[in-house]
Design a protein around this ligand. Structure first.
Ligand code: 5RP
Length: 229
């Protein structure tokens, strides 16, 4: 099975967590795209009534295109569920996110949701986080100073993310620094705290103790992994 088919399978399967009347956080990326397409189909064909809160401009545009009614997070009293992709997840359901540069809004939305459902193919399952370079959103002001400080804290190479010739700018007007830690992040809570202590760091792509369920697609079909409290 090709990767695109696995993404579609996981993305669609996660729609089982959405029921009538829910406020739903809509994640960002090429896997959750299939969730959004399927929710749009259910809204149009089955009359499903939901309100979505997008985690990026790209997701907002897609959700509007497929007819999902949207609201501002500020105008709602929290969300029932967020469905989002991930770049890695470990056995404790800790995540690295931000491959699509949407980590700040994704984290705000995840923290406002009663439940976080992650959609992934089995390439994202790791024993220790960090083979995927850790995305860190930083302020444009003296970003190189922040990049060097991150490198010192983590003891690894840190590279500013480019978009063509320019630095990539996030939906929030910030930059992304990618930290090449290797698969060494055994204690994401500690790593996150040490990075957030740097003034130029806006947010870190470590999502600790947020994910409740992973809907994972592999050649063997869908596996639903549920975190035990
Ligand atoms: C965006 C993200 C994405 O959810 C993550 O990068 C996974 O994306 P994809 O499903 O395309 O692999 O965190 O900031």
């Amino acid at each position: 099975m090709d990767v695109e088919a696995l993404k579609a399978e996981a993305g669609k399967a996660a729609c089982d967590y959405v029921t009538e009347g829910m406020n739903v956080g809509l994640g960002t990326g090429s896997t959750v795209k299939y969730t959004i397409l399927e929710l749009g189909r259910r809204v149009a064909e089955e009359g499903l009534s939901i309100v979505g809160v997008p985690t990026s401009i790209a997701t907002r545009d897609l959700a509007l295109e497929v007819g999902i009614p949207l609201a501002e997070l500020d105008d709602l009293d929290g969300l029932d569920v967020v469905i989002d992709g991930t770049d890695e997840f470990d056995p404790s359901f800790q995540l690295i996110k931000g491959g699509g540069a949407a980590l700040l809004r994704e984290k705000v939305v995840a923290q406002s949701s009663k439940r976080m459902v992650v959609v992934a193919d089995d390439r994202k399952q790791v024993s220790t986080l960090g083979a995927f370079p850790l995305p860190i959103e930083v302020t444009p002001f003296s970003y190189n100073t922040t990049r060097r400080a991150i490198a010192k804290v983590l003891g690894c190479e840190v590279v500013m993310r480019q978009s063509g010739e320019a630095l990539l700018t996030t939906d929030n007007g910030n930059y992304i620094a990618d930290a090449h830690t290797g698969a060494t992040i055994a204690n994401p809570v500690k790593v996150e705290a040490s990075l957030l202590a740097l003034a130029g760091v806006v947010q870190v792509g470590l999502f600790s103790n947020m994910c409740d369920v992973v809907v994972m697609a592999s050649g063997d079909g869908i596996t639903v992994l549920t975190k035990q409290d």
